[in-house]
Write a protein of this length. Sequence first.
Length: 337
Amino acid sequence: MRPCFLLLPLIGYAALVPAAGPGDPALSPDAAASPLAVDTQDARSATGTPVEEEGVMEQGREGVRTITEGVARTVDGWFGDIPFEKGGKVSGSVRFDFLARQDEGLENNFRFRVRVDLPNVKRLGYVFIGQDNEQDVITDQPETFRRQHQLLSESRRDDQSFFAGVGYALREFLEFRAGFRGGVDDVYAQARYKKLWRFSDRDVFGLRETIFWRSDDGFGSTLALNYDHAYSPSWSFRWQAVGTISEETSGLRWGNSFGMFKAYPNLRESALELLVNGETGQRVDVGEYGLRATWRQPIYRDWTFIELSAGHFWPQDDDDPERRRSWAAGLMVEALF
């Protein structure tokens, strides 16, 4: 199939609304991708954790940052004499995921992401590297709809790959990224547009549209929508939707999430979500729906977190005569640097 990907904004709005059947407060389209994610700087200010003598964890974290920053300083020095301290920044995360699913068994995965802002090449943007699910990265799926957050199994060998590239923010709402995945012959590019509307202090609506291209599969586009309503400083409702269409899909691959989110003191958060996803043009339009509960909290200082998830799902493939039932549980340990 060779869809006209430029029409996705129109197709997406029409398809995502009826898909909501059975199925960050005041967040941007990017923030909605990770409802329980915590920014490193915000975490420090919220907890006010004092600086203590360094232990093994601090030394390991500082070692990763030092190595990354050393490489960044070297590369940035090739392009000018501006000190790295004037605009240079290194940030990233390391994740270990563990999943137990009734219909899939046990598995574990490792992921990392690094972003480097280089002052001497600021006009060229920033550099990023990482390892993650290549389908999620290239199609620019919001965090809520990525496989590890949906408690869906994935193969480290077949589904994950190393990726690296450069990004450039032309405007606050427009960003371009280009890079490679796996090997240097597998290249991809993205153009991302995002917009946020604040209707009141309690209501925010966000949109993110990403047009992508990859060397082996051609063009495609992902439309992500989110609406947040804050009932109080700690309670909020969030609706999220995503639709992806590309030259490799037979129709629109879509997902919806309806959730209640609760924030507690000391960076602790919980969520309860109703999830539903599927793909048009298939015999079974709704591939899976279910409930997911999540709890996230720091386990060491303000930069190492644990996230526990549990869910009950009803999946069905095209070759299944009827819908199955499956319990799932996930554990994620994440260190920010």
